[in-house]
Design a protein around this ligand. Structure first.
Ligand SMILES: [Zn+2]
Length: 352
């Protein structure tokens, strides 16, 4: 991955963006895409749409969601500890003992997610998975008044953000879901700009996916596109104890996953796979017999119905502090989607 592209990925991963609190990350995405997009639109919901060739035909929307799961400050205890609620789907065991950042009006402040030490837990408590109300965040405040000088109710919280490379081109960070999707969408758009597109290509950094595909719902109405591709993470099944017979055979580094099933238009699927074969872009197929649990579900039902596809990035340990992806899979996904967009002509027909 080129330095400038890697630095954009790191910027995304180092900016806190729990659902509903995406303003900072959208500003950074705006600064990146204005170097190549023909048009940039922001809506009052929070979505950012960057378009190449706005007068083109057909119109295609690419969606990657910029929000991440997080916590929200709900209550401050008299002793200064913060009680929170969850934003999005957490495995509570992942939260225990984590360092966090509370994103305040005056910047992030550090804290730790705590509970009693093991020696002080009763036998019952030791065997039980804690719920969010059993945990607290300690920011080091002396008491409630001290905490209130820094924290407001409704301040969002993320795990300590940061990017780390592993061996063989793998990398890990909280929030790979779905900042890698934003990266792929905007990288595909930049590649489209470098080519000659007949289609109008609208790359959208959507908001609030983790709480119900809400940004894709509003953004797809505005984009008014006939085709839509959602880029999100999917479970790599190449780790111990994950059943491939139940979840499919998905390898990290094996290329983007093109999902087959009712949420992917059959002709879009055929075109994506034949482009990948012709261009020697590795890809994997996984089957999904229902609406995807990502932006593709909203795209497909937008207006009169979009011809949609899910292009997914293999991800180990989703919704954890150590979400792992392969940088090569990102590049391959961006190239595949760019070539798909460049192949579209005004007379193409995706009626299944
Ligand atoms: Zn996601």
């Amino acid at each position: 991955m080129q330095d400038q592209q890697l630095s954009f990925l790191k910027t995304l991963l180092e900016t806190g963006s729990p659902s509903g609190y995406e303003a900072d990350i959208q500003k950074k995405i705006h600064a990146h895409v204005e170097t190549f997009a023909d048009q940039i639109d922001r809506d009052w919901h929070g979505n950012l749409a960057a378009t190449v060739n706005p007068e083109g035909n057909p119109r295609i929307m690419l969606a990657g969601h910029c929000d991440q799961i997080g916590l929200l400050v709900k209550h401050i205890e008299p002793e200064g500890f913060l009680r929170t609620m969850t934003i999005g789907g957490w495995d509570m065991q992942m939260l225990l003992g984590q360092k966090v950042q509370v994103w305040t009006a005056n910047g992030p402040i550090p804290g730790v997610i705590a509970r009693k030490a093991i020696h002080l837990l009763s036998k019952d408590e030791r065997g039980k998975i804690p719920e969010i109300h059993d945990l607290w965040i300690d920011i080091g405040a002396k008491d409630k008044a001290d905490a209130e000088t820094r924290i407001e109710l409704g301040d969002p919280v993320t795990l300590n953000l940061g990017y780390q490379e592993l061996l063989n081109g793998l990398a890990c960070a909280p929030g790979m879901d779905d900042k890698v999707g934003v990266w792929v969408v905007m990288s595909a758009l930049e590649r489209v700009k470098a080519g000659t597109a007949q289609a109008a290509v609208i790359g959208v950094s959507t908001v609030q996916e983790e709480i119900g595909l809400r940004g894709a719902t509003t953004a797809s109405y505005s984009a008014d596109a006939k085709l839509g591709i959602a880029v999100d993470v999917t479970h790599a099944t190449d780790t111990p104890d994950v059943s491939q017979s139940q979840h499919g055979d998905v390898k990290i580094g094996g290329g983007p996953v093109i999902v087959r099933g009712p949420n992917t238009n059959s002709k879009v699927f055929e075109r994506l796979t034949s482009i990948a074969k012709a261009a020697n872009i590795p890809y994997q197929v996984n089957a999904l017999p229902k609406a995807a649990s990502n932006d593709a579900a909203a795209l497909q039902l937008s207006r009169g119905g979009q011809a949609t596809a899910v292009v997914a990035i293999p991800n180990r340990y989703m919704h954890s502090p150590v979400e792992v992806i392969s940088l090569q899979d990102l590049e391959h996904a961006a190239e595949l989607i760019a070539q798909f967009c460049l192949s579209l002509t005004p007379d193409c027909d995706f009626t299944p």
